[in-house]
Design a protein around this ligand. Structure first.
Ligand SMILES: NC(=O)C1=CN([C@@H]2O[C@H](COP(=O)(O)OP(=O)(O)OC[C@H]3O[C@@H](n4cnc5c(N)ncnc54)[C@H](OP(=O)(O)O)[C@@H]3O)[C@@H](O)[C@H]2O)C=CC1
Ligand SMILES: N[C@@H](C=O)C(=O)O
Length: 255
């Protein structure tokens, strides 16, 4: 998969992707807003894993920043330019307010900018660089929330899931693959940033980032389209798909 570009690499699942990919000898391009944190992470990874690490600070809600990341993805490695990206991990994301009647329009739209607009733009840039080379992979991070009814966050993740499945269809036979990761509740900074106490979620529901990322990368290598780490969330996803819509809406209300 060569060089991997990871969005949201300064914390949580993105940071774990960076370490596991570095351990597998991939050079990295790290994208997030917090430049100081990215520089520290890059230094640690270079020292421990001995791979090349580029830092590309960007706010993915800002169109010019998204274009800078798209430009990096478009690089083909020709004329001694930067090495082409072989794996794009579209991971950056955050919880938008669950209840649309109380949320601010600006934060709802910011979620859509980061989790949909930027993800689509970067997937497009990656596909147009990878398909002519006949190899590459795109990993888009959705959520089990994609199968629920929970405000713009769940709707954005439903978009990511559906978009990635469609992309996998379009990419068939090109040598490039698309995978969508659908984790359940995972210990990261996600809930703290959203002001959701982790104690509000039962212990049995929690996953840890290392096995989630390990499973996702194994699924990317095998060309799996929908990656749902853990038996308990495979079962939960099957139940959500089979349940009547009134029951799915009831789960959304509880969230
Ligand atoms: N944790 C969970 O329970 C689950 C998480 N997910 C999804 O996993 C993905 C990763 O989340 P997780 O690791 O848990 O959360 P974290 O809060 O730990 O990390 C989020 C990452 O996204 C980056 N980010 C946020 N906003 C922007 C922005 N505007 N531009 C660029 N980068 C941004 C943050 O970096 P910085 O602040 O430096 O910009 C950070 O690196 C998300 O898409 C989330 O929806 C899915 C299911 C469950
Ligand atoms: N599953 C989590 C994130 O996607 C959540 O719903 O908090």
């Amino acid at each position: 998969m060569g060089t991997a570009l990871i969005t949201g690499a300064s914390a949580g699942l993105g940071l774990e992707f960076a370490w596991q990919l570095a351990a597998a000898r991939h050079d990295l391009v790290l994208v997030a807003r917090n430049e100081e944190r990215l520089n520290q992470i890059a230094e640690n990874i270079r020292t421990v894993a001995g791979v090349e690490v580029e830092v590309l600070p960007a706010d993915l809600a800002v169109p010019d920043d998204v274009e800078r990341v798209a430009d990096r993805l478009a690089a083909t490695g020709a004329h001694e330019g930067p090495a082409p990206v072989g794996l794009l991990v579209n991971n950056a994301g955050f919880a938008t307010p669950g209840d649309f009647t109380r949320g601010r329009a600006s934060s709802e739209l910011r979620g859509i900018d980061v989790m949909i607009r930027a993800l689509v733009r970067l997937s497009h840039a990656a596909v147009h660089q990878m398909v002519p080379r006949g190899r590459g992979a795109i990993l888009n991070v959705a959520s089990v929330a994609a199968l629920t009814a929970g405000g713009t966050y769940a709707a954005a993740k439903a978009y990511v899931r559906s978009f990635t499945e469609g992309l996998a269809v379009d990419l068939k036979g090109t040598g490039v693959t698309a995978t969508v990761l659908c984790p359940g509740f995972t210990h990261t900074e996600f809930h703290e940033r959203a002001g959701i106490p982790e104690t509000a979620i039962p212990d049995w529901a929690w996953l840890d980032a290392p096995p989630v990322v390990k499973q996702a990368l194994a699924d990317v290598r095998r060309g799996v389209v929908i990656s749902t780490p853990s038996v308990r969330y495979k079962v939960a996803s099957a139940l959500l798909r089979a349940a009547p819509r009134w029951a799915v809406r009831a789960v959304g209300k509880v969230r």
